[in-house]
Design a protein around this ligand. Structure first.
Ligand SMILES: N[C@@H](CCC(=O)N[C@@H](CS)C(=O)NCC(=O)O)C(=O)O
Length: 233
């Protein structure tokens, strides 16, 4: 059984998309990041960076004690290895998936996260910051659009964890100031993934999680999310 420490955000959706695709049994452990639950000592033992998602596999690859994994890219790689699904066996092909997975966790996610922050959540509108991250978002969309030229999915003809990592970050494209019609290959890719049954199930599940706060207006949530310093020893 996979215990999934989760909140309905882009990084959370990546993992429910995989679990729904693979048909693995899992149990959601909500981590309400607007209420500060990411700082609970028991959660920090699993995820020392106070971020979700994280998993605990009670029946882990290799056997033995339950195994915990934090960082969405590492979780996707673990689940792909465990199930033998959504990552190619061939070394060269697998490293293409790894490249784009790292591109997502190191670039697409953080940059679009800053776009969300300065466009939607920052108390003052700072044109320099907004322009910087909207421009970077546009550049990254362009990179992905080019990669998808003549390819159904990021790694080629098969749907992989690289696609699952990138898709949830494109879902809020309007709020990021993007128009999908400007990126025709990306648009086709986006619509194909959106229409998969597993994607629909993952997003339907997200809607059942109660207590989601609006970071633009909820003062308590803003304090937890945007007022962080070093963790106490
Ligand atoms: N690099 C991490 C990022 C995870 C992340 O930023 N999660 C956010 C929600 S999308 C979170 O847990 N935020 C809680 C906080 O900021 O304290 C990953 O890919 O798993």
């Amino acid at each position: 059984m996979i215990e999934l420490y989760y909140w309905p955000t882009p990084n959370g959706h990546k993992i429910t998309m995989f679990l729904e695709e693979a048909g693995l049994a899992y149990e959601i452990k909500p981590v309400n990041i607007g209420k500060g639950e990411q700082f609970a000592p028991a959660f920090l033992k699993i995820s020392p960076n106070n971020r979700m998602p994280a998993i605990v596999d009670t029946d882990p690859l290799g056997g033995g004690e339950p195994l915990s994994v934090f960082e969405s890219g590492a979780i996707l790689q673990y689940l792909a290895e465990k199930t033998g699904k959504f990552s190619p066996k061939d070394v060269r092909e697998r490293y293409v998936v790894t490249e784009w997975l790292f591109w997502q966790v190191g670039g697409l996610g953080p940059m679009l996260g800053q776009n969300h922050h300065f466009n939607r959540y920052a108390p003052e509108k700072i044109p320099y910051a907004i322009d910087r991250y909207v421009n970077e978002t546009r550049r990254l969309y362009g990179v992905l659009d080019k990669r998808l030229e003549g390819r159904a999915y990021i790694a080629g003809k098969d749907y992989t964890i690289a696609d699952m990592a990138a898709y949830p970050w494109i879902v809020p494209y309007e709020a990021q100031g993007m128009t999908l019609a400007d990126f025709p290959n990306l648009k086709m890719w986006f619509e194909q993934i959106r229409d998969r049954d597993a994607t629909k199930r993952a997003y339907a599940l997200a809607d059942t999680i109660k207590g989601k706060t609006d970071l633009a207006t909820d003062e308590e949530a803003r304090k937890h999310m945007f007022g962080q310093g070093a963790l106490k020893k």
